[in-house]
Design a protein around this ligand. Sequence first.
Ligand code: THU
Length: 141
Amino acid sequence: MSTTASGRPGEEAQVDWGALRALAQEAMGKAYVPYSKYPVGAAALLDNGRTVSGCNVENASYGLTLCAECSLVSAIHMGGGGRIVAFTCVDGAGEILMPCGRCRQLLYEHRAPGMVLETVSGLRTMDQVLPDAFGPEDLEK
Ligand code: THU
């Protein structure tokens, strides 16, 4: 389905959610998950039109695991930057997965105004999935 990032036709950038999910599914196939056997893939459309993706990378020291969103955020910066307009994340079955709390914070830092996530309960804004968030602005106060 193609909708606007806001989920309301006529507003903001057009988002091809099917294509974004396919990108996340492709990334999921690259996950390094020898411990949990739980692959995750994430994909995002940026405000400069670029798409980025990431997969989870685990470690023998379990707590050092990098979520798929970590790898996606690194890809944003390695590719020259940009801010996230639309985001999706999938599990090993290719089904939509909610980003964990830590990753919501990670994504928040790199959001474009009005950023939308595809979630298990439909399209949601970043503010809906992380209300009253702490962010870089707080450090300026
Ligand atoms: N995982 C992610 O990659 N992103 C999330 O938002 C949730 C959890 C990964 C971490 C770990 O490799 C596996 O899922 C099981 O927790």
